[in-house]
Design a protein. Structure first.
Length: 304
């Protein structure tokens, strides 16, 4: 791959690193199968792009996009916690609703940002090419998001949220409000995903109502790949693994689509994704089998 293609893969990988952090929070930390992210990702892009075209400061527009995503996650949690709707159904209901809401926000299927200021143009440095600047800005953003999450999860409230996902009954017995932490966790998760959508829209030059299709699959793929390569119970390492998983996922995709002898094309993207996720799911099982095979050998050597 060329340098520009490599940096492009890194750029998209860092954006989906934020998505992976959000998906990890909902699926692993609070143990909530949330499908809202497929709609909160384009929601963030739609809100940010629309506000920027209306003359808003890109930083303020991105902040509002984060808040909009957090609100969508809160609604999903409220449907589950208060109305007792199943997790998957609550996420699907909000996801379907947000498709129409995104169209309402943009007023049309897509909004272009090619001639509008973005976070990247406002942070532009003389002599630094655009294809270097964007990955650098995104890298700083992902590092800040990861550190903030790690600090939060090491706090008393963050530990209570982790206990909610680990064993809700035990958490309630300890006086923890599991409903409140579920709502907060889903709001934070979808806020991060919407933030990624806002950066994606500004990076790619516009927002589209269908740009969130498959976001949940990509997020899960990043989480699974990261956990496979860096298995650990330490949450800081787990969040790092999610980000690295997202970057590796995009590099695998870019490599598969850019290597000529493989013969893959853009329409094969979903196929490549399915293969990568399948391999990531199978690898832990094979790793356990190898570990079991090694134990008897080591014991034999000790006895000898």
């Amino acid at each position: 791959m060329s340098l520009i293609a490599t940096l492009g893969a890194l750029e998209i990988g860092l954006i989906f690193g934020l998505v992976a952090l959000g998906v990890y929070l909902s699926f692993r930390v609070i143990n909530f199968a949330d499908l809202t992210v497929d709609a909160s990702f384009p929601l963030g892009g739609a809100v940010a792009a629309t506000l920027i075209t209306l003359g808003w400061n890109p930083f303020l527009a991105t902040s509002v996009a984060f808040a909009a995503g957090a609100l969508s996650g809160f609604v999903t949690g409220w449907l589950n916690v208060r109305l007792k709707i199943l997790q998957l159904l609550a996420g699907i209901l909000v996801m379907i609703s947000l498709y129409s809401i995104n169209l309402r926000i943009m007023g049309k299927p897509n909004v272009a940002l090619i001639s509008e200021p973005t976070i990247f143009t406002m942070l532009a440095i003389d002599g630094v090419p655009d294809y270097w600047l964007k990955p650098l800005v995104l890298l700083v953003t992902v590092i800040v998001a990861k550190v903030v999450l790690d600090l939060y999860f090491s706090s008393e409230d963050g530990l209570a949220m982790r206990a909610t996902g680990g064993n809700a009954r035990m958490a309630r017995a300890q006086g923890i409000s599991t409903d409140r932490h579920t709502l907060l966790g889903l709001a934070l998760s979808n806020g991060i995903v919407a933030l990624a959508g806002a950066f994606f829209a500004q990076s790619q030059g516009g927002a589209d109502v269908s740009m969130g299709i498959g976001t949940i699959v990509i997020g899960l793929a990043a989480v699974i790949i990261g956990e496979t390569l860096m298995p650990s119970r330490s949450l800081p390492i787990a969040t790092l693994a999610c980000v690295l998983g997202a970057i590796l996922y995009r590099f695998f995709i870019a490599l598969a689509l850019n290597v000529d002898f493989i013969g893959l094309k853009a329409q094969d993207l979903n196929l490549v994704t399915a293969v990568l996720v399948g391999v990531a799911l199978v690898m832990p099982a094979y790793r356990q089998k190898l570990a079991r095979l090694r134990v008897p050998r080591s014991q034999v050597q000790k006895e000898a």
